[in-house]
Design a protein around this ligand. Structure first.
Ligand code: B1M
Length: 236
């Protein structure tokens, strides 16, 4: 069994730290019921949903990824962890969405994961955060063809299209979305943002995207900035 150390805040006082440590551990253990119960308990005790996600569940998922890379954990472990993450998000997501529900629409964003790529947790988190900040988000899911992205941009008159890719092999789907938008004369009317662990600034420049972000909150700042016609914020 893998155990992460308990985080202590700057003053040495454990703030929600046991709950956060348990949340991380529920992801590492691949325990959906525990993950869901802990999320519910966190909300009941006044924990912000974002704190639970960013300081509890996501670090657990990062740990699982590192273990997988070192062959200390295997595909079934990763699948169980993803299931636990989904269970936690099923509790936290509605809370986050509520926070954006009363605001007028800040813009229309289409999101999806590139063709051939079934990683969807990070992309869904980006969608949740955008929704919480007042954007109307159409989430196309995972393994989405470039043609579908373009068709939906046209159908929903989107302001922004966001393409996630977690695999080095599926990053080319991000390029292909831009190529199809150009071919169909849609590129000038929609901003294209990309994201996912392997995405770099160099890749953004190479394919001519409007920006990228390393995390979900960065994606919100990026979209806000792009829609204010300000220079794109791209994280290093
Ligand atoms: Co996969 N997987 N996986 N996997 N998996 C990775 C990505 C990997 C890095 C693990 C590793 O080797 N360390 C590796 C990719 C290596 C590479 O290409 N460089 C990998 C591999 C190899 C694979 C398979 C090929 C394994 C196999 O079959 N042998 C396979 C591929 C399947 C496919 O897609 N065709 C596979 C399968 C799976 C599962 C199905 C088991 C599961 C996905 C379940 C699901 O999503 N439904 C899974 C998981 C869970 C992971 C790891 C462990 C975690 C991903 C995750 O959810 N992270 C991952 C290792 C890792 O990332 N550390 C790994 C949590 C999430 C909150 O973070 O997704 O990074 P992330 O999203 C962040 C940012 O990237 C950013 O904001 C998000 C929130 O902060 N972001 C955006 C993401 N999208 C954005 C879009 C934006 C902006 C920001 O704008 C549009």
């Amino acid at each position: 069994m893998f155990i992460l150390p308990v985080a202590i805040d700057a003053g040495g006082v454990p703030m929600h730290s046991q709950a956060l440590a348990a949340m991380r551990q529920s992801i590492i253990d691949g325990a959906p019921e525990t993950a869901r119960d802990l999320a519910q308990a966190g909300l009941t005790t006044g924990m912000e949903p974002l704190t639970a996600i960013n300081d509890g569940y996501v670090p657990g998922m990062q740990f699982v990824g590192e273990q997988f890379a070192q062959r200390m954990m295997f595909l079934p472990d990763m699948m169980a962890s993803a299931e636990a993450m989904r269970a936690a998000m099923s509790v936290l997501e509605p809370e986050l969405k509520k926070q954006g529900a009363e605001r007028p629409t800040a813009g229309i964003v289409i999101l999806g994961t590139a063709k051939g790529d079934i990683h969807e947790i990070g992309k869904s988190l980006v969608g949740t955060m955008l929704t919480a900040h007042g954007f109307r988000v159409y989430d196309l899911g995972a393994d989405v063809s470039s043609e579908t992205f373009a068709a939906k941009v046209r159908e929903w008159n989107a302001d922004v299209v966001g393409v996630s890719a977690l695999l080095t092999t599926t990053m080319r789907g991000q390029k292909s979305v831009i190529e199809i938008l150009e071919r169909e004369g849609l590129r000038s009317r929609v901003k294209v943002i990309i994201g996912g662990a392997p995405v770099t600034r160099q890749w953004v420049e190479e394919i001519g995207a409007d920006g990228f972000s390393k995390d979900a909150m960065g994606a919100v700042t990026l979209v806000q900035s792009l829609l204010q016609r300000e220079p794109a914020l791209a994280q290093p």
